[in-house]
Design a protein around this ligand. Structure first.
Ligand SMILES: [Zn+2]
Ligand SMILES: [Zn+2]
Length: 302
């Protein structure tokens, strides 16, 4: 899609592990994957099992003669965020470039981490067997990705950044420390004065995550981890506090304080049924009315 355009489609909204089942059909059981189309660029947030269906759709809608350029931004490399990669159809297409960006994990580069995740011990398909060209680059909190016409973004530092220009697509990132051992990257994609913030796998703070509130201020859409109800989070028998995920109240508090337009609850607990998630959505709307529970197929266009 050419010209000024920013749209979002959800392909996987489930946290931790994929779930099949009759009582989860409304929201879906695939793990994290969100597709952003920004001007002429396709940016994919995380590569959980949701990326498999996205791959089929991309293969369908892109003629074999057309080069497919895809930017994949990884929040971190827990299984539920990379598990779909060996089954992503565009990766088997010579006429395709996959560009991965994400954090170093515990001082280890992203490239060997993905290579290891796709080694024969864990995967039927190795990284070398992919037919597409694959580029894997670590980025850090000081980096900004700038798409200015070319399919490949330029990675600059905040000091080198020369501002948001017409037609540019900008990706900024914030490191969250609210996820066990590794932390995660939270991303903001900006185009044509609109923006989408992706904050999965992050645990909120009392009174809201001040850095995230600042980062997400006035965003068009905030996608926020909302794995738990407050009762589950503080449950005396098996508390989820410290697990690195938020409650819907924490998500709503950030949305409200940051004055975003829309909130989507994301990374649903794998044990939650459609009915439970629908109830969480209703309760979230009591705090922040413009809220929706993430669902496979949910779309926004700005
Ligand atoms: Zn996760
Ligand atoms: Zn995680």
């Amino acid at each position: 899609m050419a010209g000024n355009h920013l749209s979002v489609r959800f392909w996987g909204v489930r946290g931790s592990y994929p779930v099949p089942g009759e009582d989860i059909v409304k929201y879906g059981g695939n793990t994290s994957c969100v597709e952003i189309r920004a001007n002429d660029h396709t940016i994919i947030l995380d590569a959980g099992t949701g990326i498999v269906n996205l791959g089929h759709k991309l293969a369908e809608r892109t003629p074999a003669s057309k080069h497919l350029d895809l930017t994949i931004l990884l929040s971190h490399t827990h299984h539920d965020h990379i598990q779909g990669l060996p089954f992503f159809r565009p990766a088997f297409r010579p006429n395709c470039t996959l560009r991965f960006y994400g954090p170093k994990i515990l001082s280890k580069d992203l490239e060997p981490i993905l290579r290891n995740a796709m080694s024969p011990q864990y995967s039927p398909i190795e990284l070398e067997e992919l037919k597409s060209s694959v580029e894997i680059q670590n980025i850090n909190e000081n980096n900004i990705l700038v798409f200015s016409g070319e399919s490949e973004p330029t990675v600059v530092t905040q000091n080198e950044f020369d501002g948001v220009g017409r037609g540019k697509v900008i990706v900024r990132l914030l490191r969250s420390y609210g996820h066990p051992k590794v932390g995660v990257f939270i991303y903001k994609i900006e185009a044509n004065g609109k923006s989408v913030v992706y904050a999965s796998d992050t645990e909120g703070y009392v009174g809201g995550d001040a850095r995230l509130i600042d980062f997400a201020r006035n965003a068009s859409l905030l996608i926020h981890d909302a794995q738990y109800t407050p009762e589950e989070y503080l449950n005396k028998g098996f508390p989820k506090q410290g697990f690195g995920h938020s409650t819907y109240e924490m998500a709503a508090d950030v949305a409200k304080s940051a004055n975003v337009e829309h909130l989507v609850l994301f990374h649903h607990d794998p044990t939650h049924t459609d009915a439970q998630i629908a109830e969480m959505e209703v309760k979230t709307c009591e705090i922040f009315p413009n809220s929706k529970a993430g669902a496979e197929g949910l779309e926004f266009t700005f």
